[in-house]
Design a binder for this molecule. Sequence first.
Ligand code: ZN
Length: 500
Amino acid sequence: MGPKSVVLVTVDCLRADHVGFGGYGRPTTPFLDSLAKESFVFPAALVAGAPTYYSFPAILASRSPLAFGRDIIGLAPGEVTLASALKLAGYATAAFSAANPYISSRFGYDQGFDVFRDLLDYGGMDPGTAPNGNSSASGRTRWNGLLHNATRRLKPAAWLYDELYFQYCQRWALPAAQSLDSLRRFPAADVIVDQARSWLASVGQQPFFLWLHFMDPHAPYYPTEKALQMMGDGNLSPYRARYLNAFWLRHDLEARRLRRHRDQVIALYDAGIRWVDAQIARLIESLRRFGLWENCILAFTADHGEEFLDHGGRFHPPSGLMEEIIRVPLLLRVPRVAKKELSESAFSLVDLVPTVITAADVQPAARFRGRSRWEQIQRGAVCDEPAIVECVAGCTNPFHPGQGRLGARVLAVRDARYKLVMEFGSGQERLYDLATDPREQSPLPAGAEKPVLRRLLECAREHMEKIRQQRDPDAVLRARLSELRLEWAQPVNPSATAGF
Ligand SMILES: [Zn+2]
């Protein structure tokens, strides 16, 4: 048999502890759990950055997110990716992605693909007008505005006003929520899989690379009705789902009060995962039917996790690099290779591309920055080095370089047991012992575990040195020029892209 085909599935916002093969108690991934019996399951797979725009340079191009400098988002023109390496090796290549602008052609993610559909023009809602149900200030009448301002002087009055206004908007002012489908902001996984199946029907016996990106667990959480039923949550109506999403967006409530509906918000999120699982089952059924599955690698992972008040936050802002954000599921199915249980060592997604390429028996024309761990994985080991995760604190909408991209770096170094988080802006450091404190509730006191701290600090220093050496001025210049051209050609509305 020749080189193996590769299917890469990435899911936005999928935490490692919400999949069955990662130990979750709810039935979010029955199909993937069955596939896990013949796959390598990584107990501690870590993204190289978060959120989306700091994670994908590693997932597709095996490059640390800030290696080109904090002002570059996305891939540089000509940067070698999994797609371009496999295309050079004679693969047919295609990508179908559920309308996340940060991994669109604008940011260079179409490179190396024969077919690239980011579905940004799919008939979904305009992100700027999506009915998130937020009781926005722009919707207030003049009277309401005066009342809102007047109540700010007294805390109980402000609280009462905010609560009444929110309930008024949800119960009376908004039009009736017809269906979950009408509220959804992104194409659901079945749409992506339908397109992928049509393309697969055309590849014949040529080796292929297929990348699918799903947004079903991304906020606002509007799963399909069928997925809610599969999860036993069919009683959550479209009205209730809209109410919960709007409630979850409120900025006037403390975590203590938000917690009231946390479980139901998670039920919506979980149903999104269940839908992805069901659609992957359909995809693999097609691969089997076309006779392609027996020579096909499947890598299933996520670009980052999601917070549900674990540390008081929601969604997935780039900030503290806590486990709920940086630890993702990773399942690697390689045909004709016996599964082994893997050690608890950290595995960085920066090593995923070279590992997959080696497992596929392809000799890439160019070297990647990450390293192939394929040999170790087949022996049941993962990696002997700590993984590095980094982001720019507070950069929640990087569409324009001047807005947020130049904030301070946050960097985490994590091995199987310890994790050091360094916030360069404040100079703060937190060291956690994940064996005794897996939820990162209390950092170790200053001065504790000095040899561990020294070792992790040394890794951080080596990482900074390495990315300085690897910095490719030509690529940086190409990326910057490409971005400037796009800014001039298609000005964007920054508010329409915040929060991915
Ligand atoms: Zn994302």
